[in-house]
Design a protein around this ligand. Structure first.
Ligand SMILES: [Zn+2]
Length: 61
């Protein structure tokens, strides 16, 4: 599984969205997803093209 990361539209910093999925799930995602930004505290929406996966190796066992 991997964390979905996107750039905060306010600060431009990469932030974890809190969404966790594997590559197949990520590729199948078509909707805009909402998340609470850990950088600026606001709720943002993102699409697959604006996000990427960061593998969680050994985490969350
Ligand atoms: Zn933000």
């Amino acid at each position: 599984m991997a964390r979905v990361i996107t750039n905060c539209p306010k600060t431009g910093a990469p932030v974890p969205t809190g969404h966790v999925m594997n590559e197949n799930q990520f590729e199948a995602t078509t909707a805009r997803l909402a998340f609470r930004c850990s950088d600026c505290g606001e709720v943002h929406h993102f699409q697959k093209g604006e996000a990427w996966l960061k593998e969680m190796r050994g985490a969350l066992r």
